[in-house]
Design a protein around this ligand. Structure first.
Ligand SMILES: *[C@@H]1O[C@H](CO)[C@@H](O)[C@H](O)[C@H]1NC(C)=O
Ligand SMILES: *[C@@H]1O[C@H](CO)[C@@H](O)[C@H](O)[C@H]1NC(C)=O
Ligand SMILES: *[C@@H]1O[C@H](CO)[C@@H](O)[C@H](O)[C@H]1NC(C)=O
Ligand SMILES: *[C@@H]1O[C@H](CO)[C@@H](O)[C@H](O)[C@H]1NC(C)=O
Ligand SMILES: *[C@@H]1O[C@H](CO)[C@@H](O)[C@H](O)[C@H]1NC(C)=O
Ligand SMILES: *[C@@H]1O[C@H](CO)[C@@H](O)[C@H](O)[C@H]1NC(C)=O
Ligand SMILES: *[C@@H]1O[C@H](CO)[C@@H](O)[C@H](O)[C@H]1NC(C)=O
Length: 691
């Protein structure tokens, strides 16, 4: 009967799948409250304190994460002969009894992360050593010391992947992983490791090693030639020195980011290095000093002390990098360092570079020359430096022919070398924000020839994204964007750019999709947007608009930002425009809306598919009080109605005397014309005439 039940539920799954409406229908509930699918039994998050006894015996995968199991007993898995994958993460597991896995010898993957295995680690170790086919073991977050780990993995010679991340390991020596000859991947992240002594030398197959978030002060004599990925990020490393041998290192990725490196690392001479990550260190080059002296001949001596013997290694720091072959390097990230210049020929050693990040350094000049043409480079980030000058020898040969993104944001540039974009035939994005640049041609000032201090982007056909935010642009003139097909343009924080007529923007009317005019001193005679048919995102925030630009009503925008303006209201019919139909997001806060003319606000609330993300912050004013239009007090509403009613009365009162005067005048004229009638009246009533 017990064997029948799982069968029945399987039948139910099939039925459910047949009758259901697709997604999710393939799961069904087993008698133990667990979900079944094919060969997986999922009992996660059910407050189980032991493995349910009535589970299907032929499951290959058993998930028991997020329960309260404390002991995995000898009998717990008795019926699971087919088990290949067992997951028990986030339980309260203190003990796995030595016989627990005897019936599931085929287990490949075992996840025991976030338990309390430090409690009975030697018994648990005995249980693990009965798993001859175990390939992946996750022991992260179990408060294990290096000695406990050593015992737990002692006999797991079939292991290919081991994680002991988030434990309390402090020191590693050659004894700890000694038997793990098949290991490919080892994760030691987030421990307290401050010393590693020959711990990986026996791991002949190790390819991926993660020691991130530890306390390693240096790495010297790095000689793991077979390693492909080494992650040493978030340590306190000041030195990285590879062994000076001519063997080929398989190393492809070296992550040394977020350390305390003072020098460019001494890399293996021959390697397959593709990514070198040095972000957030204190790397600088010391051959030249700011006062003009040279340190070219200066060497540094390392004293290596091992027991009684002492070795002195002499390293000429800049020289060393010349000896490493970096011809396969694709990504070099040196952002957030102290680099103020690059040594001569530095980039020429990296002909395959596609991504170069030098942002957040103290570079004062950067020279693009034909010697290091950076022929493969696609992204160059020089933002947040002190660049006052960008040098380029624009000659016969290509410079940066494959560049797509060029970030020069936040420097001191006033000008780019003329013709810098002549050979960049793939450039799509240029970020010049927060520099002091102007665009060519500058508006003709009488008596002055066109100043050469400008950036010429005319005719750069491939350019689609341009940021000129905070550039202090001085009123644009002529056709600075002619010949480009910009889709994204950021002109925000330019207080004088939009003074004068805006003819120049019309060159982009057909292509522009995203336009930011935030904080550009736009006032109540705004740009005519009616020709910008492709525009989908428009930012007009931080200006002094006092009326809603009517030309917007016919656009098909998806988002519109009107924050921080001087709008008293939007047009009453705004909800019925073409704009309202396409709009998905509109930002409206920080405007002095009038509480008594909120018809547009109510109408916008009704528009389907339109969100006002800052709706909570929208306020209106009513006799110098600031209120939320979402909950106007009844008194205010009545008062608003009264005000409109009062107004009608006022008009009536004003109009009444005029009307009366007119009426009297009319009557008098009428009567005078009809003197006869008057006389008749007089005679009839017997009133004596004054004459
Ligand atoms: C579990 O099995 C092991 C090995 O078969 C045995 O030594 C141990 O005594 C058993 N534990 C219990 C609690 O039965
Ligand atoms: C590992 O195997 C050896 C030899 O078979 C044995 O003496 C030792 O107890 C085993 N270690 C564990 C933790 O079971
Ligand atoms: C190195 O490890 C850190 C921390 O886990 C991670 O954020 C980073 O992406 C890793 N680096 C690489 C190159 O995988
Ligand atoms: C340049 O600076 C270095 C280090 O600050 C100093 O040792 C050297 O004497 C200086 N040279 C000159 C010519 O001032
Ligand atoms: C010192 O150098 C010798 C010869 O180069 C080498 O055999 C020895 O292992 C080195 N010792 C240390 C501590 O590096
Ligand atoms: C260090 O030197 C002492 C005496 O000179 C010797 O007894 C000891 O074996 C040496 N140790 C090592 C590690 O070489
Ligand atoms: C350029 O760099 C700045 C700051 O480093 C960053 O904020 C901006 O998003 C980058 N621009 C592009 C287009 O990636």
């Amino acid at each position: 009967m017990e064997a029948l039940l799982p069968g029945l539920s399987l039948l139910l799954i099939l039925l459910a799948a047949g009758w259901g409406h697709g997604a999710g229908a393939a799961w069904a509930t087993s008698p133990g409250g667990c979900k079944l699918m094919q060969s997986t039994v999922d009992c996660s998050g059910r407050w189980l304190s032991c493995v349910p006894g009535d589970l299907r015996g032929d499951a290959e995968e058993l998930l028991l994460d997020d329960n309260t199991i404390q002991v995995l007993g000898n009998a717990s898995l008795l019926s699971h002969h087919q088990l290949r994958h067992l997951s028990l993460t986030k339980n309260r597991l203190e003990l796995i009894e030595p016989g627990a896995f005897l019936s599931s010898q085929g287990l490949h993957v075992l996840s025991l992360a976030d338990n309390l295995l430090f409690t009975n680690y030697s018994l648990t170790a005995a249980a693990l050593s009965a798993l001859p086919a175990l390939r992946m073991l996750d022991l992260a977050g179990n408060r294990l010391t290096e000695d406990m780990v050593s015992v737990l993995v002692q006999n797991l010679s079939s292991l290919e992947s081991l994680s002991v991340a988030r434990n309390i390991i402090m020191r590693l020596d050659s004894s700890i992983f000694i038997n793990l000859t098949q290991l490919l991947e080892l994760n030691l992240e987030k421990n307290y490791i401050f010393e590693i002594d020959q711990a990986f030398e026996g791991l002949q197959k190790l390819q991926r090693l993660n020691v991130a978030y530890n306390y390693l002060p240096c790495v010297v004599e790095f000689g793991l030639t077979q390693l492909r990925v080494l992650n040493l990020s978030h340590n306190v490393i000041e030195w990285f020195l590879a062994l000076e041998i001519d063997d080929l290192f398989e190393l492809e990725v070296l992550d040394l980011s977020h350390n305390h490196l003072l020098f460019f690392p001494v890399l293996p001479r021959q390697s397959r290095l593709r990514s070198l990550l040095l972000q957030d260190n204190q790397v600088s080059f010391y051959q030249r000093l700011p006062n003009g002296t040279s340190l070219a001949d200066v060497t540094v001596q390392f004293l290596l002390v091992d027991g009684n013997s002492t070795n002195i290694t002499t390293v000429s720091l800049w020289d060393e990098i010349c000896h490493s072959n970096l011809s396969s390097l694709r990504l070099l990230d040196m952002s957030q360092n102290q680099v103020w210049y690059l040594p001569e020929g530095f980039l020429a050693r990296m002909p395959s570079l596609t991504h170069l990040k030098l942002n957040q350094n103290c570079l004062e000049t950067f020279h693009l020359s034909e010697e290091d043409p950076l022929a493969m480079l696609m992204e160059l980030d020089l933002s947040q430096n002190q660049l006052a000058e960008l040098g380029a020898e624009v000659g016969t040969r290509d410079i940066l022919p494959n560049l797509q993104l060029f970030n020069l944001s936040t420097n001191r540039l006033q000008v780019l070398p003329p013709g810098v974009f002549t050979y960049t035939r793939k450039i799509t994005t240029v970020d010049l924000s927060h520099n002091r640049v102007d665009l060519c041609p500058q508006p003709a000032v009488t008596g002055e020839v066109e100043s050469p201090l400008c950036v010429d982007i005319r005719g750069v056909q491939t350019l689609t994204h341009l940021s000129l935010a905070g550039c202090g642009l001085q009123g644009l003139g002529g056709h600075p964007f002619q010949g480009t097909s910009l889709t994204h343009l950021d002109l925000s924080h330019n207080h004088h750019a939009l003074s004068g007529d805006l003819e120049w923007l019309q060159d982009l009317a057909l292509t522009l999709q995203v336009l930011s005019l935030r904080n550009t001193s736009l006032s109540s005679t705004p740009v005519d947007f009616s020709a910008f048919n492709s525009l989908v995102h428009l930012d007009l925030s931080g200006n002094s608009l006092t009326i809603f630009p009517t030309s917007l009503s016919i656009l098909k925008l998806h988002s519109l930002d009107l924050r921080d303006n001087l709008l008293p209201a939007l047009p009453p019919d705004v909800a019925r425009t073409l704009l309202a139909r396409s709009l998905q997001q509109v930002y409206l806060s920080q405007n002095p809306y009038n509480c008594c003319t909120l018809g547009w606000w109510d109408a916008l609330q009704e528009v389907e598919g339109l969100r006002v993300p800052d709706g909570q912050e929208v306020t209106c004013s009513f006799s110098s009080r600031t209120l939320s239009p979402r909950a106007l007090p009844g008194a205010v509403l009545r008062s608003c109605r009264w005000r409109t009613a009062d107004l009608a009365l006022l008009y009536l009162v004003l109009a009444l005397p005029t009307c009366l005067t007119l009426l009297v005048a009319f009557v008098v004229v009428f009567l005078m014309l009809k003197e006869k009638l008057l006389k008749m009246v007089k005679s009839r009533c017997g009133v004596s005439s004054p004459r």
